[in-house]
Every structure is written in structure tokens, then in C-alpha cells.
Design a protein around this ligand. Structure first.
Ligand code: NAD
Length: 311
């Protein structure tokens, strides 16, 4: 297959690119290098089935041309990261809604299969656990500083599913939960790489609030495995899938595990949210995916243990 990956110079996209090339596919990456890096694709440079195109998903002509040349589109490009989104909320809306619509419209022309990256943040302040794909989305109820990101991704889902219903576009929504692994940088608010970096440098690990809030961390290789299987599953078209690991850990325990794994002298310091975020900020207490739909569709369930992910 010829696969177009938007945002392919980023963390998840570069791992997916490598996997698809290794499996014999041709890959074209479209990326504006805003958070992605060409170094992430260094292992593929010069490969005769690989092409990197620097440009933006906000350019309909470019997206149209690259989509015409592809058999399938994996749409990962997005303005991401807490810091970027807090500083430039409108960029999140423009890129994540406008860009996604551009990609969907291009795919619509010849009804090309398209996979749209969403996020666990669309579950907002849901209080029913684990989060299932058919749950109501409560995004508007969260005083979350990533509101622009979460709202934009929710709109992306609605847009993609509207194209499915109204035009038979074979689109699939991938709701990624915290995905981590090599090449993920800590520079824009990712807790695990930030902790590892702090521990390796002997700096304190700053845990926000009580540290009792929990998250689930999936390895990027598991996310890629899930994607590759869904790409080969026609019944996945038109559906939404949680993609994540359901091993839950509190942020305080995560910090402890990082300190133990690195043998670091770093202290773990609890810092009130107000010292990091404006007053009124509400964090999500838990984010736990139900991944049974993914397992039923593909026979695969992300399972790589946290200890291995940290290592
Ligand atoms: P990333 O920042 O490494 O990748 C995003 C890529 O998109 C970057 O390479 C960036 O340069 C590119 N990009 C941004 N704006 C663009 C534009 N206008 N045109 C072209 N390229 C553009 O982040 P990631 O972790 O690899 O995330 C990939 C996708 O998965 C994103 O859509 C993100 O919202 C979603 N996601 C990731 C996680 C996670 O834990 N990593 C969790 C939930 C959702």
C-alpha cells in the first residue's frame, strides 16, 4: 500500500512510518516540523519507498495531491502539548479542526480509508470507568486548560463520523490514551519523559496536587501494533477505538517507579496545582480505557508493562 501519514515526523508517526516501511509499504510523510523532527525519520532517509514532504495540512492543494497518490491516510498531525495549547489555544482549533477537515475532504474525493487521531481527553470529566467508546462525551464540563485541544479533537471525531454516515467515507477514529516511548520529548508537558529527564539529571520530580490522580501509559510499539491491525481490518471502518493500555498508576507511584528504575537521588516533591496552573484548574482524576473493542476487532490488546515502558 501507499500510505500518507500526516504528522509522520512526530513521535507516534515516526514509529508507524518505520513499521510500515519494514512491512513493505510505501510511506509519504507530510509534516510542518512544528513539534516533529526530521531526526525522528533519520533511519528512513534515502529509502526508496519513503518520502518526506515538509508542509502543512492547512494547505488543501498539497493535501489533495498527496492524498490522490495514496491508498490510505493516517492523520496524526495536530497541535499538541499542554504548553503549546495553553499559550496558543486558537492554533489548536485552527490546526486540529481546519486541518482535519482538509484531510477528510481530500479523502472523500475517492473514498480513501482515513484514520483520524483523537484523544482520551474527549472523555472530559467522565465519572464512569473504564471509558468506553459509546460513553457520552463530557468535555464541556471540564475546566481544563487543554479545552481547545479536547474540543477540537471532539469536533474532529464528529466531522469524521458525519462523513462516514453521510458520504460512506471509510474513516476510523483512534482515541489514543497516554502513549509513550523512545523519541517522546518532555519539553511540552509529557509527564513520563519529564520525570525520567529530571531523575537522570538529579532534579526533583514535581508531582502536581496530591499525586493520587491516575493515568495509564501505553508503549508506542503497542499503539503502532493496534494501528497496523486496524488498518488491515475492513470492519473497523466507521468505528471509534480506544487505543491504550489499561494498567493504571497514580502519578505519585509513577514518580517513585522512575526514581527506583534510574537509581536517582532525586526527591519527589508535591506541588500545588496553583503554582503551575491558573486558579480554578481541574485535573482529571482518572483516565482508564476500556480496550475490549480493540481486542474484539483485532485480537490485540496493548499489554506492555509500565516497568518495561519506563526502562
Ligand atoms: P507529535 O507532536 O510528536 O506529532 C504531531 C506531529 O504533527 C508533529 O510532527 C508536528 O510537527 C505535526 N504537525 C503539527 N501541526 C501540523 C500541520 N499544521 N501540518 C503538518 N504537520 C503538523 O505528537 P504525537 O504524540 O506523535 O501525537 C500524534 C497524534 O496522536 C496527535 O494527533 C495527538 O493529538 C494524538 N495523541 C497522542 C497522544 C500521546 O500520548 N502521544 C495521546 C492522545 C492523542
Amino acid at each position: 500500500m501507499k500510505v500518507l501519514i500526516t504528522g509522520g515526523a512526530g513521535f507516534i508517526g515516526s514509529h508507524l512510518s518505520e513499521r510500515l516501511i519494514a512491512e513493505g509499504h510505501s510511506v509519504t510523510v507530510l509534516d510542518d516540523l512544528s513539534t516533529g523532527r526530521t531526526e525522528n525519520l533519520a533511519g528512513l532517509s534515502g529509502h526508496n519507498r519513503f518520502r518526506f514532504h515538509e508542509g502543512t495540512i492547512l494547505d488543501p492543494a498539497l493535501v489533495g495531491t498527496l492524498t490522490d497518490e495514496a491508498d490510505m491516510i493516517i492523520h496524526l498531525a495536530a497541535a499538541v502539548g499542554v504548553k503549546l495549547i495553553m499559550e496558543e489555544p486558537s492554533r489548536s482549533i485552527l490546526t486540529n479542526v481546519g486541518g482535519t477537515e482538509t484531510v477528510l475532504k481530500a479523502a472523500l474525493k475517492d473514498l480513501k480509508p482515513v484514520f483520524v487521531a483523537s484523544t482520551s481527553e474527549v472523555y472530559g470529566k467522565a465519572t464512569k470507568f473504564p471509558f468506553g467508546e459509546d460513553d457520552d462525551l463530557t468535555i464541556g464540563a471540564t475546566k481544563n486548560l487543554r479545552w481547545s485541544y479536547a474540543c477540537a479533537k471532539t469536533l474532529d471525531e464528529f466531522l469524521a463520523l458525519a462523513y462516514v454516515r453521510e458520504a460512506d467515507l471509510p474513516a476510523t477514529v483512534l482515541r489514543f490514551f497516554n502513549t509513550t516511548g523512545p523519541r517522546q520529548t518532555g519539553s511540552y508537558g509529557m509527564v513520563l519523559p519529564n520525570f525520567v529527564q529530571a531523575a537522570l539529571e538529579g532534579r526533583p520530580l514535581l508531582v502536581h496536587g496530591t499525586g493520587e490522580q491516575s493515568r495509564c501509559f501505553g508503549h508506542v510499539a503497542d499503539a503502532v501494533e493496534a494501528m497496523v491491525r486496524l488498518m488491515a481490518t475492513p470492519a473497523a471502518r466507521g468505528e471509534v477505538f480506544n487505543v491504550g493500555n489499561d494498567e493504571e498508576v497514580t502519578i505519585r507511584a509513577l514518580a517513585e517507579q522512575v526514581v527506583a528504575a534510574t537509581g536517582s537521588p532525586s526527591e519527589i516533591r508535591l506541588v500545588p496545582y496553583e503554582t503551575v496552573y491558573p486558579a480554578g484548574f481541574e485535573d482529571m482524576a482518572r483516565r482508564l480505557p476500556d480496550v475490549s473493542k480493540l481486542e474484539r476487532a483485532t485480537g490485540f490488546r496493548p499489554r506492555r508493562p509500565l516497568s518495561e515502558i519506563i526502562a
